[in-house]
Ligand binder design. Structure first.
Ligand SMILES: C[C@@](CO)(OP(=O)(O)O)[C@H](O)COP(=O)(O)OP(=O)(O)OC[C@H]1O[C@@H](n2ccc(N)nc2=O)[C@H](O)[C@@H]1O
Ligand SMILES: Nc1ncnc2c1ncn2[C@@H]1O[C@H](COP(=O)(O)OP(=O)(O)O)[C@@H](O)[C@H]1O
Length: 304
């Protein structure tokens, strides 16, 4: 029998996400918040390429890469170290990240890179980890990381890491307005706690009408059901986002919301042509740094 050959390089493509519903419960004793997090993967992608190396090395190119760490705190590096430790191997790999997902924008780019690095290193090192093992490692790396692996659409319970896949019955057309600078996810959750202090925070539940809208592919119904409990907190920390939301709504978006913890704002359009119009109006509005158009759902981490 011949020994399995080690590939020279493995490239994995990973998607961004938008939370079409983010229902946030009260803070748990461990500091995390219980969620009903309805993730939808969108067609904005990073790529992670793993090649053999003498040491663990991270390089990056593309949008805003000056804002991501290139040391072992990079989520992709942490993913490689975790997988290597689990299988008793040295984390000797060069991970090159090609970034197109806005950084610190509430679109889970770092989480996607972590999922991509895990899949790429798994293939490079032939660890033979099962899908369930990879998902468990993803959950150790961060609440949003498992979704980067599975993509499509999913309901995340727990702190968002316990996923149930959802059916999506059509293509949804989105416009994303990228803001200047990022927002810290822990800071937005802290602001949520401050804003809800002294009130009864209900148990987070996915809305049946939202799940039905996803399943039927009905953009108008989905627009009516979009909801983000972190939006007031993101707006409180970044009041200028209100003008961006207004500009997209005035331009004909079916609905507008903050993506996750923000500060990227998301606009659902009726069709591809409407998305182009909303994008042009947002670009001209001067209320955001960059505008991106993308469809959903998109597949999860994919070996190229
Ligand atoms: C808000 C969401 C919505 O999908 O993502 P973003 O919009 O930032 O991308 C997620 O809940 C972010 O998930 P992720 O960025 O993976 O968070 P983690 O690394 O697990 O946790 C970072 C910090 O966020 C807070 N956190 C995160 C998840 C959660 N369910 N409750 C929390 O309170 C905690 O303060 C935690 O220390
Ligand atoms: N591979 C990575 N890509 C992007 N950000 C990363 C990465 N590794 C670590 N980070 C850090 O994680 C934080 C969150 O980034 P990101 O995942 O893009 O945003 P968000 O959590 O808002 O979706 C940023 O402060 C960023 O510097």
């Amino acid at each position: 029998m011949t020994a399995p050959t080690t590939p020279d390089a493995v490239t994995v493509r990973v998607p961004a996400k938008v939370n079409v519903q983010l229902a946030v419960g009260a803070a748990r004793p461990d500091g995390f918040h219980g969620l009903a997090n309805v993730f939808l993967a969108v067609g904005l992608h990073d790529e992670v390429t793993a090649t053999p190396s003498d040491t663990l090395r991270i390089t990056a190119e593309g949008h805003d890469v000056d804002q991501i760490p290139l040391d072992r705190t990079n989520l992709a590096a942490r993913a490689a170290e975790l997988l290597a430790a689990r299988y008793g191997i040295e984390p000797h790999v060069h991970l090159h990240i090609t970034k197109d997902i806005p950084v610190a924008g509430g679109m889970a780019g770092g989480s996607a890179d972590a999922a991509g690095a895990l899949v790429a290193c798994d293939a490079l090192w032939s660890t033979g980890a099962s899908r369930a093992e990879l998902l468990a490692l993803c959950a150790e790396l961060g609440s949003d990381v498992p979704f980067g692996l599975v993509g499509g659409a999913a309901l995340g319970r727990g702190r968002g890491e316990l996923l149930n896949p959802l059916t999506v019955g059509g293509t949804f057309h989105w416009v994303f307005a990228v803001a200047d600078g990022g927002l810290s996810t822990p800071a937005v959750y802290r602001e949520f706690d401050r804003l809800t202090e002294g009130t009864e925070v209900p148990e987070p539940e996915a809305a049946p009408e939202l799940l039905a809208a996803l399943e039927s592919g009905d953009a108008t119904a989905l627009a009516a059901a979009l909801a983000n409990d972190l939006q007031p907190a993101a707006l409180s920390l970044r009041p200028s986002l209100a003008a961006t939301l207004d500009a997209g709504t005035a331009a004909g978006a079916l609905a507008a919301l903050v993506s996750g913890s923000g500060p990227t704002t998301a606009f659902l359009a009726k069709n591809a042509e409407a998305a182009r119009q909303v994008a042009a109006a947002l670009s001209a509005s001067g209320t955001c740094r960059q505008v991106r158009v993308a469809d959903s759902p998109a597949p999860g981490a994919t070996l190229l």
